[in-house]
Write a protein of this length. Sequence first.
Length: 264
Amino acid sequence: MKLPLVAFSLLFAFAAHAEPLKIGVVPGAYGDAVEVAAEEARAQGFDVEPIEFSDWTTPNVALASGDIDLNFFQHVPFMENAEKQGGYHFHAVAPGILANLGLYSLRHDSFDQIPDGGSVAIANDPVNQGRGLLLLQKAGLITLRDGVGFLGSLDDITANPKHLKFTEVEGPQLVRITGDVDLAQGYPHFIVASGAFDPTGGLIYSGIEDRQFAVNFVSREDNKDDPRIARFIALFQNSQAVKDKVHASFANSDKLYILAWEAK
């Protein structure tokens, strides 16, 4: 759902006297896009402060505790899992960017070349690990228990004909280990940010079927109607500078991402 640009005169007056809107981000495409929008907001007298985190746990801890007002790093299934584990009460305010997940190898040019007993690096959090396993199944490398979907874990692998050996890694750190394994789950925006290798060189990618995994702006339930949040999201979704930055963050390749609020 795209939030329209409307007359924000009252909100402008409010923002001039309000505390900064604090938004938790992770390095790379999401954080860079928010920073561009924050710069535009500040130029309008609307104080927005991006706060960078290096992992996928702390931004939700900070949001729940009220240290930040909003975060922009997670999709809804990840959020729902975090709510169950942490007892949080969050709200997905608006969709942002859908990054296509990939499987990458710096050692092999095809899945057929991956040896028996080959090493695979995969995300260690429940939802993103499930996404990676589904992509491995799509590539024909493993078979998962029927119906497990994106909540699958390594324990749900029912067939592993190449006897692949898995290493579980924090999502943002997968790019660092890609060169040390035969195959790695990868996030193009982190790969672009690292400059380690070509993000368009994946052996396989997810696509629009993964719409539910678009990164959302997430608030707490108790502040979801904060007018500063609505104002910022409207600015973000309508900013050409933001769209240009996102495109650059994904190696200027349309196959690596989708602007989820524009997707039909």
